[in-house]
Design a protein around this ligand. Structure first.
Ligand code: FAD
Length: 369
């Protein structure tokens, strides 16, 4: 006789939990999904305002080069043809991102890749930097001091609350630098937004699966542990182990959302504010993700924030100290006999959504097929 009511208790209804539960259920397993929030979807949850899907936990654009993942999410719900491009604003001037021939024309007046490459090489030689040791050096090495000062330095320092010289070069290395007139923010083969919004994707992944909202695992740990054979845990790993090795650090965000009578505020979904005087880093205009034609528009100003205990933990701070603490939790996690950890909080990693979906599918194939 089977003593378990469920094969899997899935803690967290974000993309990891929802994808895992979908795959496991398809394989005939019984899943219970719980979430401490009163809504499902984790950080991709959207709220409808003026009939516009508002990304209340930050702008989310699905992009991937993994064909399996793209086909999987499109088999759940169709995606639109949205292609992300970002503008940067400084002193009332607009520039194109990521750095490309449009940006180089705006700064240097050059029109050919050969001219732009020549300027980058000269600036690099003049900087004397050969092996960039921090974000500032990497940015100056890639695009020179003028673009660094105008578009990278203050924006990045607002975002991370630290000097660019104290941040790892790796962050700047991720910024594409293109010698073509291509404003597409991502290099990936596929991108888009679920038609009708992310709630459609989550709703369809969780369709027919038992979901309990406003249910915090830690408040009912004993009773919940007894009802499922295995646990898929997508919450914070340090909380799971009762902060035995200390608390991991995060960067948080505060959002100010405003409905405007205008039908079009900024003409695109994301504008970065690169000057130090503006306290927010960007403005999101949500309707543009879905080519909305509503009469009004909804915008969100995004303010970076030092994380404290009761704030949302948005970005892990993967510095040496935190990585060391995480490694200790990770090794405890590996020894847990029937709990599997996945997703951005349990793995203490910034993951794009496609990686989260891929990892959840991989885990489901391994333990739930
Ligand atoms: P989450 O979405 O955080 O889900 C975890 C869930 O677990 C939450 O619902 C939480 O309430 C629940 N939970 C936690 N603890 C408990 C508990 N004790 N009991 C019950 N439930 C619990 N990725 C992209 O690909 N493109 C983007 O444009 C993009 N933009 C982003 C913008 C921002 C501001 C941020 C922070 C991230 C962005 N990401 C983006 C990354 C994306 O958000 C993640 O990859 C994805 O949401 C992670 O899914 P998850 O299921 O791991 O975590």
């Amino acid at each position: 006789m089977n003593m378990w009511e469920y094969d899997f208790l899935v803690v967290g209804s974000g993309l990891f939990g929802a994808t895992f539960a979908y795959k496991a259920t398809k394989a005939g397993k019984r899943c219970l999904v719980i979430d401490r929030r009163d809504r499902a979807g984790g950080n991709v949850y959207c709220e409808s305002k003026e009939n516009i899907n508002v990304h209340i936990y930050g702008a989310h654009i699905f992009h991937t080069s993994n064909r399996m993942v793209w086909e999987f999410v499109n088999s759940i719900t169709p995606f639109n043809r949205y292609c992300h491009s970002v503008l940067a604003k400084r002193k009332n001037k607009i520039y194109n991102l990521p750095f490309n021939m449009n940006t180089f024309y705006q700064f240097w007046g050059v029109t050919t890749p050969k001219e732009a490459r020549g300027i980058v090489q000269k600036l690099r030689a003049a900087s004397g930097i050969t092996a960039p040791a921090n974000l500032e050096e990497q940015a100056v090495y890639s695009v020179g001091p003028e673009i660094y000062e105008a578009l990278i330095k203050d924006y990045t320092e607002k975002q991370w609350g630290r000097s660019a010289r104290e941040l790892p070069a790796e962050i700047a290395r991720r910024l594409p630098v293109r010698f073509s007139y291509d404003n597409n923010y991502f290099d990936d083969a596929y991108q888009g937004i679920p038609i009708g919004g992310y709630n459609n994707l989550i709703g369809k992944l969780l369709g027919g699966i038992e979901v309990r909202l406003s249910c915090n695992y830690f408040q009912r740990r004993d009773s919940l542990c007894g009802i499922a054979k295995n646990i898929i845990f997508t919450g914070r790993i340090d909380e799971y182990f009762e902060f035995k090795y200390g608390m991991l650090d995060y960067r948080s965000l505060r959002f100010e959302t405003e409905t405007m009578e205008d039908d079009n505020f900024q003409g695109c979904s994301v504008v970065n504010y690169c000057d130090p005087e503006t306290p927010f880093t960007r403005i999101i205009e949500h309707k543009h993700f879905e080519f909305g034609r509503q009469e009004k528009t909804v915008i969100t100003r995004e303010f970076p924030l030092k994380w404290e205990k009761d704030l949302e933990p948005y970005y892990p701070v993967n510095d040496e100290k935190n990585n060391r603490i995480f490694a200790q939790y990770e090794s405890l996690g590996r020894a847990e006999p029937r709990t599997f950890f996945g997703g951005r909080l349990a793995e203490y990693k910034y993951y794009d959504m496609d990686r989260v979906v891929e990892n959840a599918i991989t885990l489901a194939r391994k333990i739930a097929s």
